[in-house]
Write a protein that binds this ligand. Structure first.
Ligand SMILES: C/C(=C\Cc1cc(O)c2ccccc2c1O)CCC[C@H](C)CCC[C@H](C)CCCC(C)C
Ligand SMILES: C[S@@+](CC[C@H](N)C(=O)[O-])C[C@H]1O[C@@H](n2cnc3c(N)ncnc32)[C@H](O)[C@@H]1O
Length: 278
């Protein structure tokens, strides 16, 4: 069974182990390939996610499926020194890269700026908030109910074994009337009566075909050069298996009991942000 087959069709523990293996294997090149293959645009998409959270200085933020920490670092700037970020992932390797980046960032701040850390307007005078890196499972968050002022998931909901359970956990740990924002690839569905949905179906087809062309022509070949063909080949079927925006909205409201849910397309429809309020 290939690593993709294990991750998508494995039974129980096997599926989870298969997915963990993918992210552990890609962790050394994850950031570099994301920057190269999205021409750095993924950073803008993540900034958009953090601004959609409405989180502010002094808040307590949670980044689930944090990986190498992109969203956690952005949240730390946003909440400032008086705030706090918890960043959780089930891959120890990904977390070790996040920690290395965290150390490098704090060294850089003090090495190049002899005065207090530069405030780029995102955080307090005193720089970024503290980040707690936690080795844990998105399906069983180790936090009390109503712990956080905002929650983010960047390219994680598609990868967890039980998306509804993950959404319920996010709802549980979020404070009332606060926001969770979930970023991932957009996977518009092309079915539906042709007459009623001509343009929508056509646009969905264009988005899906363009994305899959990029995955086949650039992403997987580049990953193959790094010896990670299988791991990146997982992207296409995992995106195809991911619900479209309206289905994610329905799942968030009806199963996870969010009071508000909205799906916002990003990057011309290639990506999407699910914006939820408890
Ligand atoms: C940050 C991005 C993807 C994160 C990501 C998520 C996963 O589930 C993976 C699973 C297995 C391996 C890797 C990942 C993974 O990296 C999005 C940007 C990086 C993408 C790899 C590049 C996608 C390119 C788009 C299809 C086309 C972009 C066109 C743009 C105009 C440049
Ligand atoms: C594509 S990476 C996203 C990393 C980061 N959020 C970003 O935006 O770049 C997906 C991450 O989800 C983590 N992950 C997948 N399933 C998980 C689970 N059940 N619990 C915790 N982390 C999980 C993986 O280990 C991986 O680091």
């Amino acid at each position: 069974m290939t690593i993709t087959e294990e991750a998508l069709q494995g039974k129980g523990e096997g599926k989870s182990k298969g997915r963990e293996k993918i992210f552990t294997n890609i962790s050394p090149v994850y950031d570099v390939l994301n920057d190269a293959l999205s021409l750095g645009l993924h950073r803008l998409w993540k900034r958009r996610v953090v601004s959609l959270t409405e989180c502010k200085r002094g808040d307590k933020a949670l980044d689930v499926c944090c990986g190498s920490g992109d969203l956690a670092f952005l949240l730390a700037k946003k909440v400032g020194a008086s705030g706090e970020v918890s960043a959780l992932d089930f891959s120890a390797n990904m977390l070790s890269y996040a920690l290395q980046r965290s150390v490098a960032k704090s060294l850089f701040q003090y090495t190049y700026f002899d005065e207090k850390p530069r405030d780029d307007g995102g955080g307090d005078e005193g720089g970024s908030g503290t980040i707690r890196w936690i080795h844990g499972d998105a399906l069983d968050l180790p936090f009390e109910d109503c712990s956080f002022d905002c929650v983010t998931i960047g390219y994680g909901l598609r990868n967890v074994e039980d998306r509804a359970k993950c959404l319920r956990e996010v709802h549980r740990v979020l404070k009332p009337n606060k926001r969770a924002v979930i970023l991932d690839f957009n996977s518009p569905k092309e079915e539906g009566p042709p007459a009623a949905r001509g343009n929508t179906r056509r646009r969905a087809g264009i988005i899906n075909r363009f994305r899959n062309f990029c995955l086949d022509a650039f992403v997987v070949p580049a990953a193959t050069l790094c010896g990670l063909r299988e791991e990146y080949a997982y992207l296409k079927p995992s995106i195809a298996d991911y619900p479209d925006g309206s289905t994610l909205v329905t799942l968030s409201m009806e199963d996870a009991r969010f009071t508000q849910a909205e799906f916002q397309e990003i990057a011309g429809g290639l990506m999407g942000a699910l914006v939820l309020r408890k």
